[in-house]
Design a protein around this ligand. Structure first.
Ligand code: ATP
Length: 340
């Protein structure tokens, strides 16, 4: 392959720039020309495609966001959109594409591969909800941001004996909520993957204050419901504590990537180029047990979920790496954190 392109798509995530940089530098070292595509698939279709040099990506490794911009472009799910994109790739002499994004972006990459343009996916999303990898690029930074925020919230919460509901990102995956709840020493965590009862949360809050605690922190993944709705339902279920809601919002997407995100992004970016160099597309790069791996780009979502509930309500552990985390969470005596 003589010329490849790189794009970022879907929600942005810290570390995407580090991944682009690695793609560019690795490609150049392999004698492959590399082009950038602005605004994801929208830019591909619009022909917003331009050559990148080693210098184009200097000073980027530690910068949040994505300098290639990201976009949502539903038209790419249609054949006409894909063919229009391919027309542009052909026009620019591009033979393969690195797609950095989430699950939706991976679908686009698969379609390109099927049309004869090998595409390799890199998991760029803060949600940690991508098949075939223990960690996504951006997750570590997002969790660190959340933990930093909860630490601050706890200071004010303790000064006033307040209960705080901290709403964090995660529409379908509770990973950000779980990890930050553990790391910040929260009292309760509610995630989309698990059912819970408000009365249990109310009881836990009461017990905490009776024991002499001076604050109570509940971490809530947005996929469960909004913080405001949760607060109303908690009150309706009998909570009489001084209750506040903090919605962390988009600060979770921004900021300079952590060391971990920079390193996995760099490693994955280089691997993506090696795959394209060898003519391989339709795969996603991931990291499992600290080793880089490739897997089919459209794996089954449930394979990567932390756990799911079986027909009889039993917990099914889907990802052995993440299972350790679950065992930790279920050991309540040790960590004093309630996962319902
Ligand atoms: P995040 O996890 O941050 O939401 P994502 O990649 O899953 O990221 P989406 O908005 O689902 O974000 O998808 C990004 C883009 O990928 C879409 O706007 C569209 O251009 C393309 N895409 C999504 N689904 C498909 C599909 N089925 N076929 C082709 N392209 C798709």
């Amino acid at each position: 392959m003589k010329r490849i392109a790189v794009l970022t798509s879907g929600g942005d995530a810290p570390g995407m720039n580090a991944a682009i940089r690695a793609v560019v530098r690795k490609a150049i070292s392999e004698g492959i020309e590399v082009y950038g595509i602005n605004h994801g698939y929208a830019g591909m279709v619009a022909g917003d495609i331009f050559p990148l040099t080693a210098g184009s990506v200097s000073d980027l490794v530690g910068r949040g966001g994505t300098f290639l911009y990201s976009a949502r472009f539903p038209e790419f799910a249609q054949l006409e959109g894909q063919l229009a994109g391919i027309e542009q790739l052909k026009k620019h002499g591009i033979e393969g594409v690195v797609v950095i994004g989430g699950d939706g972006s991976y679908h686009g990459a698969m379609r390109l591969t099927e049309h004869g343009f090998p595409a390799v996916g890199l998991p760029g999303t803060i949600d940690n909800d991508i098949v075939g990898t223990d960690y996504t690029i951006g997750f570590d930074t997002a969790v660190s941001t959340v933990v930093d925020a909860i630490d601050k919230i706890r200071d004010t919460s303790s000064s006033h004996h307040r209960t705080f509901i901290v709403e964090v990102m995660g529409r379908n995956a509770g990973d950000i909520a779980l990890w930050s709840a553990i790391a910040a020493g929260a009292d309760d965590v509610c995630i989309p993957e698990r059912e819970f009862k408000f009365e249990n949360v109310v009881n836990n809050i009461k017990k905490g204050y009776e024991k002499g605690k001076n604050h109570h922190i509940i971490v809530l993944a947005e996929g469960v419901m909004s913080g405001q709705e949760f607060a109303m339902k908690l009150k309706a279920a009998g909570d009489d504590s001084d209750l506040r809601v903090a919605v962390l919002g988009h600060i979770q997407r921004g900021g300079s990537p952590t060391v971990r995100d920079r390193v996995i992004a760099s490693r994955m970016g280089a691997r993506a180029v090696e795959l394209l160099r060898d003519g391989i597309g339709g795969v996603a790069v991931g990291i499992q047990k600290e080793v880089l791996v490739e897997s089919p780009i459209l794996g089954k979502a449930e394979d990567n979920a932390l756990f799911s509930l079986g027909a009889d309500g039993e917990i099914i552990v889907n990802n052995p790496h993440k299972a350790d985390l679950e065992l930790y969470l279920l050991n309540r005596d040790m960590n004093n954190l309630n996962l319902y």
